[in-house]
Design a binder for this molecule. Structure first.
Ligand SMILES: O=C1O[C@H](COP(=O)(O)O)[C@@H](O)[C@H](O)[C@H]1O
Length: 244
């Protein structure tokens, strides 16, 4: 990813970032004018306030809930009730509070299946909603991909040093060699096929890695994305540092 290709949006603090990113996301969905949209949501802690902002006035009534299909960019392979579950976080922050149909929300299966079966099943759901099992360069898989940035440079569950970084023949893959719990993640081909990719980065703890990625000097998973569409960085002043 070439840093100069991205647009930097700097906000005073994490709360302002959340409101700004939620408004931007709502506008991108309304741009579709009633045509179905597909979003990949980020897990982790940073997007939670964004989801909470979407679930509150005025965005809860502006967001076109019926027109959007929601996918999870990466999931820890734990039950939804586990505090580490990304979907569990999204339920509590967003989906339990808004008028979205269950038909529009696609969690990664994490119970009663092996992790390989979960990844295969999720790929099939994505392909069914996309309407094809190969990517059409003229028609992105996602309208928006939301992503976080780990302090080690990971994004989604593209973790440094993992075999998943080399996967190019599938959209969804298991991640089983890391120091964390096993995970299921969208791969580079899936994340890159997006009209818009938006990174959400907040807090002073992210300043160093954000600076390395934006200056083009970091060979970390987030920096190896090659999105087909636009790239946006939603950051707060604490993370932006001297870029604010
Ligand atoms: O493990 C994960 O971490 C990254 C970054 O999360 P954050 O808590 O630092 O915002 C996140 O993007 C990813 O979805 C998540 O599974």
């Amino acid at each position: 990813m070439k840093p100069e290709d991205g647009t930097l949006h700097v906000f005073d603090d994490a709360a302002a970032l959340a409101r700004g990113a939620a408004e931007w996301l709502t506008d991108r969905m309304r741009d579709k004018h009633g045509h179905e949209a597909r979003i990949a949501l980020s897990g982790g802690s940073t997007p939670k306030p964004v989801y909470e902002a979407l679930a509150q006035p005025p965005l809860d009534s502006r967001f076109p809930w019926d027109d959007v299909q929601f996918f999870i960019g990466d999931e820890r392979f734990v039950p939804t009730t586990d505090p580490a579950s990304n979907y569990g976080m999204m339920l509590g922050a967003l989906f339990e509070h808004v008028p979205v149909s269950d038909r529009n929300v696609h969690p990664v299966p994490t119970e009663g299946v092996t992790i390989e079966q979960a990844a295969d099943a999720y790929q099939k759901v994505l392909a069914a909603v996309y309407g094809a099992d190969t990517l059409d360069p003229a028609r992105p898989l996602f309208d928006v991909v939301l992503l976080g940035l780990g302090d080690d440079g990971h994004t989604a569950s593209l973790l440094p040093g993992q075999p998943v970084l080399g996967v190019t023949d599938r959209w969804v893959a298991p991640v089983t060699h890391g120091r964390t719990e096993p995970r299921v993640t969208l791969t580079y081909p899936a994340l890159n096929s997006a009209a818009h990719v938006a990174f959400l980065v907040s807090g002073a703890g992210k300043r160093a890695i954000l600076d390395r990625v934006l200056s083009g000097g970091a060979d970390v998973p987030a920096a190896r994305l090659r999105p087909t569409g636009t790239v946006h960085w939603f950051v707060d002043r604490a993370a932006a540092g001297s870029r604010a």
